[in-house]
Design a protein around this ligand. Sequence first.
Ligand code: NAD
Length: 513
Amino acid sequence: KQELADVLHQLGIKEINPAYSTGLEWGGKEGRTTRDILSPADGSLIATVNMATAEDYDQVVTTAQQAFKTWRTMPSPKRGEIVRQIGDKLREHKEALGKLVSYEMGKILQEGLGEVQEMIDICDFAVGLSRQLHGYTMHSERPQHRMYEQYHPLGIVGIISAFNFPVAVWSWNAMLGGVCGDVMIWKPSEKAPLAAIACQNIIREVLAENDLPEGVFNVIIGDAEIGSLMANDTRIPLVSATGSTRMGKKVGEAVGARLGKSLLELGGNNAIILTENADLEMALNAIVFGAVGTCGQRCTSTRRLIIHENIYNQVKDRLLKIYPKLPIGHPLDSTTLVGPLIDKDAVNAFTKALEAVKKEGGNILTGGEILSGAGYETGTYVTPAIVEAENHYEMVQEETFAPILYLIKYSGDVENAIELQNGVKQGLSSSIFSTNLLETEAFLAHWGSDCGIANVNIGTSGAEIGGAFGGEKDTGGGRESGSDAWRIYMRRQTNTINYSRELPLAQGIKFDI
Ligand code: NAD
């Protein structure tokens, strides 16, 4: 308790927290509706937040618009220097922020610390990127002409984030957007806003030390209504939204109706294929981490295991020996591997999904209980489930954000497994375990996995920041983090310069006046 109190003190979390921040100052301290933030780990009230109003939102947007005028004039490597300092501050506060993420969201401490490490890594990536925001030069078809392209800052980036990665996904967007010259308005999940407030407190020291204007990095505490204001706001050229497909469809539609840009990172229904040629020892680690890590609440969690019939029973038996021994408990306890679900609604969704899949013919092999008794008083701890099922079952087609692993049998060639893997609406992460080159290359071929992420001999869960992250189909099509994902945060301009004394027209058109 004392340790947690120290963590909250270090990160500037008060008993009641203001509704928004434009960088240096916090606003909206009273007279608003409030929301209590309870830890899914032990049900304690961590803190209360004030919820922002539409007027608060307008003020934040106006401040961000002003800040953009200054921020965009700063050379990009200089903006990179600010991001470098933010990375350093995050290093200083890694332990405390990791603990808060873990306590507020329920992921185990190792994963909380991993999330902060991901923020530090993206800062480093963005610093290097700040000197590499380059376009192409092209040869002009006209004599003594030069053609090239350049990338300019966009303006305000609206960032809507999900509860399960309460800080990392913001940093992927904000640090890239930051070096690109954009200003950010972050609406964290209403289920995990304290980690966002902590981030703002951490980076405000950097903002103050560098005399940056109010409004470069903003946070607004609110629910779907504030998110919807962002989606409909023509002052926000890019909305980057992470969350459920249901939310993404609404945000995508609203942003599309005003011809804005959206970057959508939505639900997954990720599968691992195990062929007869899989190295099972390696695969089992990946499967269990993928299926029960973060209590099944990662967008890249492994939800389906597509197993060749010849090794099906062996894999099933091995998993059934591992699952009952999984240590389930308080996420800050170092022996725990499976923490709680975020809240009771998530527990209900878990038990309902299991009932529904049973009705469809699914066979629950293990798990599915809600734990009670000492240490489990919150009712948010469940035993991870394994269910024998078929790919076409309605519940198997859906993403249930909880630890349910469906075992699906295939026979014949790897192509049959790939067809099952692709036979869902979502297209985020996928993986194959095989030591056979023909099988793994088929999986990576254009007729192979249709997902944004396709791994060989690595599970579905846990991507590196260096690659572009995102998925196809119902996952929304967005890409963020590494590779050239930065381009969406900028507007592209083609420039043609004539240094002759003639005015030849393109395509050889004659137009003498
Ligand atoms: P959610 O959709 O309930 O909420 C996500 C965010 O969207 C929250 O900030 C919420 O306030 C906001 N929101 C909800 N409705 C909105 C609307 N109509 N307009 C604007 N904003 C709205 O999702 P969640 O429960 O917080 O997170 C779990 C989901 O997120 C899962 O489906 C998971 O797969 C997905 N996710 C995807 C990725 C990815 O990168 N693809 C990463 C993390 C989580």
